[in-house]
Design a protein around this ligand. Structure first.
Ligand code: EZ4
Ligand code: CO
Length: 402
């Protein structure tokens, strides 16, 4: 089964997505997500100029060899652009293999380890009262797990909180908007949010919170301690994790479960964190961590250390990534939870998919392959539109982490 064509499709049905379509001489094709929020065209060019020409004529069934060829063969290993490109090709090749076998992808990976994939939704409000209302809506929709974020008093705009929009979408400007951050105000506010939520809803639902890389290890340790009584499912991205050993400080002070890794690209980014058991959930996912082939290796390493998966699932990952992740989640023995932010109707129409939501769970569906396709005609109606994530500064103007 030879690869005869590789298309790179850039489309903006509400937001930008990059999609790879690999076509074989037997007529079977596969699709992969190659979207890197705010840097979309870097991956598109990488694929068109540096990947596609090397793969034409190769056997589409040799997924492992192609993965190694792209990883070892480029000399410049790792990094988000390279690993997203590899992830997209790998996803499309697994889609082809599963379609050729006439099986849903989870069967090829080893079959079902569970009946459904527990997901968490995003409840965001400009203040605590609004967040409580949003959480109530998710509970009504059947969600078992909900991420809660709230605006911080004194700050104009806070990560995770949309401005008058149904779908939280921070990559909303032609050039980056600038936000102001205060660690002090934030640390005062968050325990109050979860105090109110537990008071109102009790302890039957899982609550999660995303710090989005804003704290130092010592500050995160303090926050973890102050949130322990509210029994969070996890505290996410408390600290930027280039400094892996910094997590030892957090661990020495709090038992709050820690989740990390939506920006990780390879097993090397989380190797020490996993081997020292400094985290509880690894958030790497298909598109940014080298596809199914590499994500499986990360999950297997994590399993040895009692660490479970919690795949990133924001709306800047296309439904193709979500579909592939759901097959992975259905199989992976050490599954924890899956993020599910719900795409807009425009996006869903461009990417017809077999997955479905019911009572707080997603199901990958029984279509062969990963069950997600791209409607190329419809995609062509939405040309690329440059969009950036915001940047973040402290009150005195110092650049901080977004
Ligand atoms: O800000 O995917 O947990 N989810 C997140 C996301 C990220 C975006 C960045 O592109 O933190 O909303
Ligand atoms: Co996050």
């Amino acid at each position: 089964m030879k690869i005869v064509d590789i298309k790179v499709i850039v489309s903006c049905p509400g937001r930008n997505f990059v999609t790879v379509k690999i076509i074989t001489d037997e007529g079977v094709y596969g699709v992969g997500d190659a979207t890197l929020n705010g840097r979309e065209l870097a991956v598109a060019a990488y694929l068109e100029e540096h990947v596609a020409p090397c793969l034409i004529g190769r056997d589409a069934q040799q997924i492992e060899d192609i993965w190694q060829y792209l990883y070892r063969g480029c000399y410049w290993r790792r990094g988000p652009v390279t690993m997203t490109a590899i992830g997209a090709i790998d996803t499309a090749l697994w889609d082809i293999k599963a379609k050729a076998a006439n099986m849903p992808l989870y069967q090829l990976l080893g079959g079902k380890s569970r009946e459904g994939v527990m997901v968490y939704g995003h409840a965001n409000g400009s203040d605590i009262a609004e967040t409580i209302d949003e959480v109530a809506k998710y509970i009504d929709m059947g969600y078992k797990a909900i991420r809660a974020q709230s605006g911080v008093p004194g700050l104009d705009s806070t990560y995770g909180v949309a401005k008058e929009k149904m779908y939280y979408e921070p990559a909303d400007a032609d050039l980056p908007t600038e936000n102001i951050w205060s660690t002090q105000q934030y640390l005062r506010h968050v325990p109050k949010l979860f105090d109110h939520l537990r008071d109102k809803f009790g302890f039957d639902h899982h609550f999660l919170h995303d710090v989005h890389h804003r704290l130092t290890p010592n500050e995160a340790a303090g926050l973890g301690k102050s949130l322990e009584e509210y029994r969070l499912f996890w505290l996410e991205d408390a600290v930027p994790a280039e400094n892996q050993e910094g997590f030892r400080i957090i661990r020495q002070h709090t038992t709050i479960p820690l989740a990390l890794g939506e920006v990780f690209n390879t097993i090397w980014d989380c190797k020490n964190l996993i081997q020292e058991q400094l985290i509880d959930y690894i958030r790497a996912t298909v598109v940014h961590a080298g596809g199914i082939t590499h994500l499986r290796r990360i999950a297997d390493l994590a399993a040895i250390y009692h660490i479970r998966t919690g795949c990133h699932g924001a709306t800047d990952l296309s439904p193709i990534c979500m579909g592939a992740a759901l097959h992975f989640d259905t199989w992976v023995p050490n599954f924890g939870i899956q993020e599910y932010m719900r795409h807009s109707e425009e996006t869903d129409a461009v990417f017809p998919h077999a997955y479905t939501f019911k009572d707080g769970y997603l199901f990958p569906g029984e279509a062969s392959g990963h069950g997600v396709d791209i409607d190329e005609k419809l995609a062509a109606k939405y040309p690329y539109k440059r969009a950036y994530l915001p940047v973040n500064r402290l009150e005195d103007g110092t650049m901080w982490n977004w």
